[in-house]
Design a binder for this molecule. Structure first.
Ligand SMILES: Cc1cc2nc3c(=O)[nH]c(=O)nc-3n(C[C@H](O)[C@H](O)[C@H](O)COP(=O)(O)OP(=O)(O)OC[C@H]3O[C@@H](n4cnc5c(N)ncnc54)[C@H](O)[C@@H]3O)c2cc1C
Ligand code: SF4
Ligand code: SF4
Length: 612
C-alpha cells in the first residue's frame, strides 16, 4: 500500500463525464414546445444535486420546490401551490449563503413569471400547453416557417428544383438565404442528440446552386387593388412578391439606385455574389411588380400622397442611419460609418485603401464585413477595435476567425477614447483605453478602465460599425406611431395605433437591425394581413409531393460542412469565399435528417402545411 497515488480518472468518472456530455447535447436539442415545467423541474433536480449543502434554505428548500413541482406535473397541484412555490423560491434567493443556491431559486422564479400559463394549465386541466403545440423544431425556429424536412427530402431525392419551389412558398429569397441566412433553424435540430445539427443552410444553398432556372408560379386573377411598398429590401420585396401572387398590383418605391436593401448595401459580395442577388430580384420582379428606384418617400414623394393613391401600404425602410460612438474627433476627415461605406460599395464606388492604416470600431457582423472588405481594398494594416472580450463579440465566431485568418488585427478590451487628427483635419490615430472585466451584470462582465497608459493606433481611415438607426422622420411627421426610434407595429404588421388601418410595417424598421430571414418573414405576414384587410383570402400553395420518410438506420455521422477558399487567395478578391456542398456531401448531409415531420416527438400536428 503506497502513501500517495497519482490521480487517474476511474472508469465510473469517465462514464459520468460522457453522460454529462450526452446530457448537454440533449439539452441543446430540446425543441420549442417541450413542457417548460417539466424541463425546469429537471434543471432544479440537477441544481439540487450540485449544492454545497452549507445552508438549509438551499439544501432543504430546493427539495421542497421540486416536490411542489412534481405534484403539479402529476396533476395533484392546487392554485395556492403557485404562491408557496414563489414565496419559497424568493426566500431561498434572499437567504441562501452562496450563489449556487440563489441561482437555482431564481430559475424557478423566472419560470413562474415566464410560463405561468403552463403551470396553471397543469393545475386546472392536468395537461400541458407545450405538448399541445408541439412543432417540428427546425420549422418552428425558421422565422418564415419553411418546410425544412420537406426540402431536405427533395434534395435527397435529386429534386432540387422542387426543393426551390417548396421553399419559395414561404420564402421568396432561397438564394439569398442559401448563402447568408443566419440559420436559427439549426439551433435545436433534433440531430443534436446524436451528433451535430443538420447543415440546413448549406443544403438550401446546394438546392439553389443545382436547381437551374426555376420559373415562378402564375399569379392569381387580378383583383384591381393597388398596394405601395416603401423600401426594396428583402422585407419589402417579399411582401410585394406574395401580394403579386395573390393578384394585387404592387408598386415598390426604393430610395437607392438599386433594389436589395442591405443584401446589396450591406452584405459584401464575397459572401453573397451580386450577380446571384440580381438574378433572384429579377425572378421576383418577373411577377409583374412595378419599381421606382432613386425615389425617397418623404422627399421625392410625400407619404400622404402615397397614402391617398393606394389601397394599402407596406413600409419596410430598414435601418440605414449611422450611429456614432460620441467621442471627440469624430468630425475628422477620414472618419466614416459602416453604413456610409457599405452604401458606396453597393453602388460600386470602391474606396482606395492602398497602403493605408484602417481602424474599425465595433464587434458585430457588420464590423467584420467592413474589416474583411478593407483587407480586400488593399489596406496596409486593418485593426478591429472592440471594447469587450472576443467571446462577447456579437459577430459570428467564424466571421471573426475568417477576418483574423485574412490578416486583420483584433484589439479586444480597448475602448475608443478620442480620434486624433493633423492640422488639416485628417485623421491620424485612434486613442484607446485598455479595459478590465468587472462584475457580471445582465450575463456579461461590466468594464472598468485599467491602470495603464492610453494606446495610440495609427489610422488613415476610421470606420465606426457600432449599430444602425432608422430614418423615421418623414413617417413620424405623417402621423405614424414610433417607439424608441423605430416604427411601432404589431406582430401582425398592423401599426400599433388604429389611426391608419390600411398601413402596415415590418422588417428592420420595426424590429431594429436584425436579419434577412426575419425581414422576409415579416413581409410574408404583412402580405397575408394586407390581403385580408382588402377583403380577400388568397392562399399561397405549392403542388410538390414530398418523398415518404424511410426507415433507414440513423447511425451517428458527423455534419458535412462547406469549405472556404484559402485565406491567402480569397483576401485579394471579392469572389465568394464559401465553396458549396458537392453532390456526395449534400446526399450524405440530407440523409442525416431524422424526418421529424414524420417520426418522433416533433411530428407535424394535423399534417404538413402545403398552403398558408
Ligand atoms: C453589413 C451587413 C451585413 C449583414 N449580414 C447579414 C447576413 O449575413 N445574414 C442576414 O440574415 N442578415 C444580414 N444583415 C441584416 C439584413 O441584411 C437585414 O436585416 C435585412 O436586409 C433587413 O431587411 P429590410 O427589408 O427590413 O430592410 P433593408 O434591407 O434595409 O431594406 C430597406 C430598403 O428601404 C429603402 N428605404 C429606406 N428609406 C426609404 C424611403 N424613405 N423611401 C424609399 N425607400 C427607402 C432602403 O434604401 C433599403 O433599400 C446584414 C446587415 C448589414 C448592414
Ligand atoms: S431560411 Fe434560414 S432559418 Fe429558414 S430554413 Fe433556411 S436557413 Fe433555416
Ligand atoms: S433532423 Fe431534420 S427534421 Fe429534425 S429538426 Fe433536424 S433538420 Fe429538422
Amino acid at each position: 500500500m503506497s502513501r500517495l497515488d497519482i490521480n487517474t480518472p476511474d472508469q465510473a468518472q469517465m462514464v459520468v463525464d460522457q453522460l454529462y456530455h450526452d446530457m448537454e447535447r440533449r439539452i441543446v436539442a430540446s425543441g420549442p414546445g417541450l413542457c417548460p415545467v417539466d424541463m425546469s423541474l429537471n434543471f432544479l433536480t440537477l441544481c439540487h444535486a450540485q449544492t454545497c449543502g452549507k445552508c438549509a434554505p438551499c439544501r432543504i428548500g430546493l427539495g421542497q420546490l421540486a416536490t411542489l413541482m412534481r405534484n403539479i406535473l402529476d396533476g395533484k397541484g392546487k392554485m395556492e401551490d403557485l404562491d408557496v412555490l414563489e414565496e419559497t423560491a424568493q426566500d431561498i434567493a434572499d437567504t441562501a449563503s452562496c450563489t449556487i443556491g440563489i441561482h437555482a431559486a431564481r430559475l424557478v422564479l423566472s419560470g413562474l413569471k415566464g410560463f405561468r400559463d403552463d403551470y396553471i394549465e397543469h393545475i386546472t386541466h392536468n395537461r400541458c400547453l407545450g405538448n399541445m403545440e408541439q412543432p417540428v423544431p427546425c420549422v418552428a425556429l425558421c422565422p418564415a416557417k419553411v418546410d425544412i424536412p420537406g426540402y431536405i427530402a427533395l434534395i435527397r431525392a435529386g429534386r432540387s428544383d422542387d426543393a426551390v419551389r417548396l421553399i419559395r412558398k414561404d420564402n421568396p429569397f432561397p438564394v439569398a438565404c442559401g448563402y447568408v441566412c443566419e440559420h436559427p433553424c439549426e439551433a435545436r435540430c433534433r440531430r443534436h442528440m446524436l451528433d451535430d445539427p443538420i447543415n440546413i443552410r448549406a443544403l438550401k444553398r446546394y438546392a439553389v446552386d443545382t436547381a437551374g432556372d426555376v420559373p415562378q408560379p402564375a399569379c392569381a386573377e387580378p383583383t384591381g387593388k393597388r398596394i405601395a411598398v416603401i423600401g426594396g429590401g428583402p422585407g419589402g420585396l417579399s411582401c410585394a412578391y406574395y401580394l403579386s401572387l395573390m393578384g394585387h398590383s404592387v408598386t415598390v418605391y426604393e430610395k437607392q439606385k438599386h433594389l436589395g436593401g442591405m443584401l446589396r448595401y450591406g452584405i459584401p459580395s464575397y459572401r453573397f455574389p451580386r450577380e446571384l442577388l440580381d438574378r433572384e430580384i429579377d425572378s421576383i420582379l418577373s411577377l409583374g411588380i412595378e419599381v421606382h428606384t432613386n425615389c425617397t418617400i418623404g422627399e421625392d414623394i410625400s407619404f400622404d400622397e402615397i397614402h391617398k393613391n393606394f389601397d394599402s401600404i407596406y413600409i419596410a425602410i430598414g435601418a440605414h442611419n449611422d450611429k456614432k460612438a460620441g467621442i471627440p474627433g469624430e468630425e475628422s476627415k477620414g472618419v466614416t460609418s459602416a453604413v456610409e461605406l457599405l452604401r458606396e460599395i453597393g453602388d460600386d464606388n470602391i474606396p482606395n485603401y492602398q497602403g493605408k492604416n484602417v481602424v474599425i470600431i465595433g464587434g458585430g457582423n457588420v464590423a467584420m464585413d467592413v474589416t474583411r472588405s478593407a483587407i480586400r481594398f488593399g489596406a496596409k494594416r486593418v485593426t478591429c477595435v472592440y471594447r469587450r472580450r472576443q467571446v462577447d463579440m456579437t459577430a459570428q465566431a467564424e466571421e471573426v476567425e475568417g477576418a483574423i485568418a485574412e490578416g486583420a488585427v483584433l484589439m479586444t478590451m480597448h475602448s475608443p477614447v478620442r480620434i486624433e487628427s493633423d492640422e488639416n483635419g485628417n485623421v491620424t490615430a485612434l486613442i484607446t483605453q485598455k479595459q478590465l472585466t468587472g462584475e457580471i451584470k445582465r450575463n456579461r462582465p461590466s468594464l472598468m478602465p485599467d491602470e495603464v497608459e492610453e494606446t495610440r493606433i495609427p489610422a488613415d481611415v476610421i470606420v465606426e460599425a457600432i449599430g444602425q438607426g432608422i430614418d423615421i422622420n418623414a413617417f413620424e411627421v405623417a402621423g405614424l406611431p414610433v417607439y424608441r426610434g423605430a416604427i411601432s407595429a404589431l406582430s401582425n404588421s398592423h401599426l400599433s395605433s388604429d389611426s391608419m388601418d390600411d398601413v402596415f410595417a415590418g422588417g428592420d424598421c420595426v424590429s431594429g437591425p436584425a436579419s434577412a430571414i426575419r425581414a422576409i418573414a415579416a413581409g410574408k405576414v404583412a402580405a397575408a394581413n394586407i390581403d385580408e384587410y382588402l377583403g380577400f383570402n388568397h392562399e399561397i400553395t405549392v403542388d410538390v409531393d414530398i418523398p415518404d420518410a424511410g426507415l433507414d438506420d440513423k447511425t451517428p455521422h458527423a455534419r458535412v460542412n462547406t469549405t472556404e477558399r484559402n485565406a491567402d487567395e480569397r483576401k485579394k478578391d471579392f469572389i465568394c469565399i464559401e465553396c458549396g456542398l458537392t453532390d456526395k456531401g449534400a446526399m450524405a448531409e440530407a440523409s442525416r435528417c431524422l424526418r421529424c415531420d414524420h417520426y418522433g416527438f416533433g411530428i407535424f400536428k394535423g399534417g404538413r402545411h402545403s398552403k398558408w
